[in-house]
Design a binder for this molecule. Structure first.
Ligand code: C5P
Length: 218
């Protein structure tokens, strides 16, 4: 039997990451934050001076990315990139490099390699549609731009980064447009996805809804 996967896709700052970690903890499953991979490519591009429209060079970076996920830390070579990749500039660049098919292809096998026993919770944009289309449970997690902007604001302030709510609203709207309108693996719900809106739903309720559905389909 295939190792089970629960996919959680949705727009930026919808709460996917937190929910994925909690569902993973509850089930004892591994967790894949696929957005972190695109952010690592973006960070590498900034550090090595690769232009955001140089598809071949970006794909080469993605192919040879010295990334390691160690507990809750994300390493890029010898650098602890866990917090660095959360900066808005890196997230924005990540959504630009993510439009390139060669970059996505370079990361595909790495993402699938996370599927190991006893199971995986994978969050991103195309986990249910492209990377793990056979996942037995697919979730599409959304939230209003307003609640996502304030959520991202809090995350940045908590990490000691500057944050401006008007800029964040604008950034989120731009990033949503790029993620949903790109030709390759756009953000969209899988046909069989469970839709949840976390705008007014506490994290615990979102996690409860996913675990409830998981129990039902076992
Ligand atoms: O989820 P997160 O905001 O960290 O992702 C950063 C960017 O990486 C997204 O805006 C999106 O463009 C890209 N991404 C993607 N496919 C994924 C995960 C993230 O295109 N599976």
């Amino acid at each position: 039997m295939n190792v089970p996967v629960i996919t959680i896709d949705g727009p930026t700052a919808s709460g996917k990451g937190t929910v994925a970690v909690r569902v993973g903890e509850a089930l004892g499953f591994h967790v894949l934050d696929s957005g972190a991979m695109y952010r690592l490519v973006a960070l590498s591009a900034i550090r090595s001076g690769v232009a955001h429209d140089d598809e071949a060079a970006l794909a080469a970076l993605a192919e040879s990315l010295p990334a390691r996920f160690v507990g809750d830390r994300i390493l890029l070579g010898a650098v602890d990139a866990t917090d660095l990749i959360r900066q808005e500039a890196v997230g924005n660049l990540a959504s630009k490099v993510a439009v390139f098919p060669a970059v996505r292809d370079a990361l595909l096998a790495r993402q699938r390699a996370f599927r190991t026993a006893p199971g995986l919770v994978a969050d991103g944009r195309d986990m249910g549609t492209v990377v793990f289309p056979d996942a037995p449970l697919k979730v599409f997690l959304t939230a209003s731009v307003e609640s996502r902007a304030w959520r991202r604001h809090k995350q940045l302030i908590d990490k000691g980064f500057p944050a401006n709510i008007d800029d964040l609203r604008k950034d989120l709207a731009e990033r949503d447009a790029r993620d949903t309108q790109r030709r390759n693996a756009p953000l969209r719900p899988a046909e069989d996805a469970l839709h949840l809106d976390s705008s007014d739903m506490p994290v615990a309720d979102v996690v409860g809804a996913i675990l409830g559905r998981w129990t039902q389909i076992q």
